[in-house]
Design a protein around this ligand. Structure first.
Ligand code: AGP
Length: 606
């Protein structure tokens, strides 16, 4: 949720740090800070608010060639300057930036205070700075190792020391940390977004690994000081992928990129000859895949809702019992891990702490877990036994769009693959492939028609609360629709199974409570129309997201008509208008669409 950057080289560090922090702002953005080490010691500047406030506060002449920086999303203590990173030791010699949470921070802080240390913040990180400064060690590396020995929790740390002004020492346990390799300059970041402007050669540190980074290179080592000899890999993300490219918001850009992203996700994976999908990264052969009696899908937030779409696809196409659960709950309920269950985790960032914990728990108990992940080399992608990359490209907006669509497409391919290993016919396999191939153009059709959504946007933006209802395949669509509206427009929205409306929530229907109903052209259309009539009878305004063949004219309601695909794949397309409606409502309300309040792109804390 927070962002780390570091620079050491021949140039002034501050511009690189500010640029990196600006690129990481989407991860957390209530305060920011840098520490730059120059000939006269460390200059530390921290401000509340956006990185541009930090940039404005920097001294004009800040010539140090080594420095670290941080954007913060508050966990320990409010968003105040004294809680912003970098934190430093009492004498200012040691500066530390940190992502993650130190679980035993309260004990460490008490112990430090008992030893006479005056703490100046509410944070867990400040304790780390003091511990490093107080370690009896010759080298910064040993001092950091000494301090790490007293920490429990998760961290990505970058440390500067005035006594060793040529180096940044970094350490990782549970939070991502990347070293970027340049020409006579080196970079440190928690996310490749901060590096791609300068280099595409990176080293993703492993948990338990540290590195010493100087202008001339880096050395990686483990907690026993043994060198781990890591070599850089090339990443394919280009700096242009992270630009707005003329769009007003990243969410709009990413929403519009969906046809292309969907095509990329499907490319080379649909096998016409055997009417199946080829997912080489699964690392599971046909015999193993046939042996699973159940599929359990785990993700958080919108990824969990797409997991519900995935579970339905797997039950429909492969006839294997499947369900989705919030990974954030799964990890706390002593789940029973079964050897004949295939566990599937789904995550755009690949860094969501709750999902990562679920992976660890499943693996510890002997379960087989695969991942549907967007960010290549992310923690979850590296931890799972195999998986499917989403190939959505970088996603910056907090509200996920193209990654979610590609998650659904990946589930469809997984379901097709499993189905063809069970009893899905060749003809049905071909039918699903043809449906998948139509999806990119159909998404484009929805986007092209979206100017017609304006009257509906107005109604949603003016309301204080809305219902989203859907039945069976439509229910996860309703959940995701409600989530999007809440997330960026701050209009309260609740999703309900259409069938459950009459069991309670119907009492809330009134002229000020719009309902967005998912009404696909399928075997449940008439049941859905009957529910719409019940809403209208209570004078509730109604919007139907529906298909061309569905006759709603007699109801006189607002409709969004989405191209029809195969019934199993329809949820993918029905979701697109809900993204557009939420985006436009948020814009109409004047909200910061890409950085909604209280939220961060990647939730790396519990
Ligand atoms: C989606 O719009 C949300 N920002 C959020 O629910 C998100 O899907 C969730 O936090 C999971 O993130 P992940 O895909 O990176 O694991």
């Amino acid at each position: 949720m927070c962002g780390i950057v570091g620079y050491v080289g021949r140039k002034a560090a501050a511009p690189s740090l500010i640029e990196g922090l600006t690129r990481l702002e989407y991860r957390g953005y209530d305060s920011a800070g840098v520490a730059v080490l120059g000939p006269k010691g460390t200059t530390r500047v921290r401000t509340v608010g956006r990185v541009r406030a930090l940039e404005a506060a920097l001294p004009k002449r800040l010539s140090g060639r080594i420095g670290i920086g941080h954007t913060r999303w508050a966990t320990h203590g409010p968003a105040e300057e004294r809680n912003a990173h970098p934190h430093s030791s009492a004498d200012g010699r040691i500066s530390v930036v940190h992502n993650g949470i130190i679980d035993n921070a309260a004990n460490l802080r008490s112990a430090l205070e008992a030893e006479g240390v005056r703490l100046s913040s509410d944070t867990d990180t400040e304790a780390v700075a003091h511990l490093i400064a107080r370690a009896e060690a010759e080298t910064l590396e040993d001092a950091v190792l000494d301090a790490l020995g007293r920490l429990s929790g998760t961290y990505a740390l970058a440390v500067l020391d005035e006594r060793h002004p040529d180096r940044i020492v970094v350490a990782r346990s549970g939070s991502p940390l990347i070293v970027g390799v340049g020409e006579k300059e080196m970079f440190v970041a928690s996310d490749v977004a901060a590096l791609v402007q300068h280099t595409n050669r990176v080293v993703h540190l492993d948990d338990g690994e540290l590195a010493t980074v100087t202008a001339d290179g880096f050395v990686t080592f483990d907690r026993d000081s043994n060198e781990t000899g890591r070599v850089p890999v090339e990443i394919s993300v280009a700096a242009e992928d992270l630009e707005l490219s003329g769009h007003e918001h990243y969410m709009l850009k990413e929403l519009c990129e969906q046809p292309e992203a969907a095509a990329t996700c499907l490319r080379g994976r649909l096998d016409e000859r055997f009417a199946t999908a080829r997912l080489d990264g699964l690392a599971l052969d046909a015999r193993e895949l046939r042996s699973f009696r159940r599929v359990k899908i785990l993700g958080c937030g919108s990824a969990y809702y797409v997991g519900q779409v995935g579970a339905q696809l797997i039950e429909d196409l492969a006839r294997i019992p499947a369900d989705a659960e919030a990974a954030s709950e799964f990890r706390y309920r002593r789940p029973i891990i079964e050897s004949d269950t295939l566990y599937v985790v789904v995550s755009q960032s690949g860094e969501t702490a709750d999902t990562a914990f679920a992976v660890n728990e499943i693996k510890r108990k002997g379960g087989r877990v695969i991942g549907l992940v967007n960010v290549v080399g992310s923690s979850i992608a590296r931890e799972v036994d195999g998986g499917v990359y989403l190939h959505a490209g970088p996603e910056i907006a907090v509200a996920s769009t193209k990654a979610l669509t590609n998650m659904a497409l990946s589930f469809a391919m997984l379901a097709l693959h499993l189905g063809r290993l069970h009893d899905l016919s060749f003809a049905d396999g071909k039918r699903i492939i043809a449906g998948l191939e139509r999806i990119p153009a159909q998404i484009q059709d929805i986007i092209d028609a979206s100017d017609g959504f304006a009257p509906i946007v107005g109604k949603l933006a003016q309301s204080t609360s809305a219902f989203y209802i859907g039945r069976v395949r439509g229910f996860p669509v309703a959940r995701e629709g409600a989530q999007k509206l809440k997330e960026i427009s701050y209009v309260h929205a609740e999703a309900y199974q259409t069938s459950e409306l009459k069991h309670g929530p119907l009492a809330l229907i009134n002229p000020d409570m719009p309902t967005v109903a998912i009404v696909p052209d399928d075997e449940l259309t008439q049941r859905n129309i009957a529910a719409c009539e019940q809403v209208l009878a209570r004078k509730g305004p109604l919007v139907a997201i529906t298909h061309p063949g569905v006759d709603l004219a007699h109801l006189g309601v607002d409709t969004v008509v989405v191209p029809k695909n195969e019934p199993e794949l329809d949820p993918i397309l029905l979701t697109i208008p809900t993204q557009i409606l939420a985006y436009r409502a948020a814009v109409a309300l004047g909200h910061d669409v890409d950085k909604p309040r209280n939220l961060a792109k990647s939730v790396t804390v519990e």
